[in-house]
Write a protein that binds this ligand. Structure first.
Ligand code: GLV
Length: 311
């Protein structure tokens, strides 16, 4: 099969991905330059931020495989044909990476290491009371592949974990709630809110002044979903008022975070450059190859996006 690579890779990323994909797809042709193959000979496109028009006019395209877990940009791109199955990246290595990042953030909040780092900069020796993990309640928004893995990891580390999703879910050791009506109860009890929702028309801007006000005073936000879930001005106001104690942010409305953005220097904000769960080339290439094999053999594909649901 001819597999088009419609990706915006840097030289470093090409050096990582091309050998990994070549190793896992030894009998296929990886097309880096669309012009070298007739459009009707391309059956699969592997995409990561494809250039505008990159997927236009491919009459025999049968699968668009994203290297990213979040597909909101692909769904909004008129050049990604809506009749072709779209698969997002579902990779346990990514889920595990996300769980590590979420656990680091929750542990750091619980053990006050952001506060102690601030105090160190000020040369200030002060001890805070230290609750046990079991006394810390964490709410996870979104119980997809990543949200579930995060909730399980936090629960395994002794935290009191609740999870919220649009549709009812069940996770051992985790209190689960579903639907809009249950949000206020979830938030009222959450000392740490971890966002792992998919970005859809329904969840865009969900974390606004109204939602933040439902959290107890001093609660923290960990956003490892998408920047557009958060109304940044509302979060800044909540940080200023002390209602929100700390924000650990991996994603932003505009990325890279613009120079001079108030988050950069805010003492209560931890900024990370969208690295909470980067796609791992070696394991993701196996996921891609498994889907290509399934396509070839007419078996069900993994990670297929439901376009009506938008994730
Ligand atoms: C990263 O944010 C992804 O969607 O994979």
């Amino acid at each position: 099969m001819n597999i088009l690579l419609a990706v915006d890779f840097s030289a470093r990323e090409w050096a990582e991905w091309l050998p990994a994909l070549t190793r896992e797809l030894p009998n296929d042709t990886l097309v880096q330059e669309r012009s070298v193959v007739a459009p009707e000979d391309i059956e699969v496109a592997i995409v990561a931020n494809p250039a505008p028009g990159a997927l236009h006019g491919l009459p025999r395209l049968r699968l668009v495989q994203s290297l990213w877990a979040g597909v909101e940009k692909l769904l909004a791109d008129p050049n990604v044909p809506s009749h072709v199955p779209l698969a997002r990246m579902v990779d346990q290595a990514m889920n595990d990476a996300m769980a590590e990042t979420a656990l680091w953030a929750v542990l750091s909040l619980h053990r006050r290491t952001f506060d102690y780092a601030r105090q160190q900069r000020e040369g200030r020796w002060a001890r805070h009371s230290q609750p046990t993990a079991g006394e810390v309640s964490v709410a996870v928004l979104g119980l997809g592949q990543m949200g579930r893995t995060v909730a399980l990891r936090l629960a395994a580390n002794g935290y009191r974990v609740s999870g919220w999703s649009a549709h009812a879910a069940s996770i051992p050791g985790v209190r689960t709630l579903a639907g809009d009506a249950s949000l206020p109860a979830l938030l009222a009890d959450a000392q740490v809110l971890v966002n792992l929702l998919p970005l859809t028309a329904k969840t865009r801007g969900l974390i606004d002044a109204r939602l933040l006000a439902l959290l107890p005073r001093g609660a923290s936000l960990v956003n490892v979903g998408r920047g557009a879930h958060v109304v940044e001005a509302d979060l800044l106001a909540a940080l200023e008022s002390g209602h929100i104690g700390q924000a650990v942010l991996d994603v932003f409305a505009t990325e890279p975070l613009p120079a001079g953005h108030p988050f950069w220097a805010h003492p209560k904000v931890t900024v990370m450059p969208h690295v909470a769960a980067p796609t791992d080339a070696a394991s993701a290439a196996k996921v891609v190859a498994a889907n290509v094999a399934a396509l070839r053999e007419g078996r069900p594909l993994r990670g297929l996006v439901d376009r009506a649901r938008a994730y």
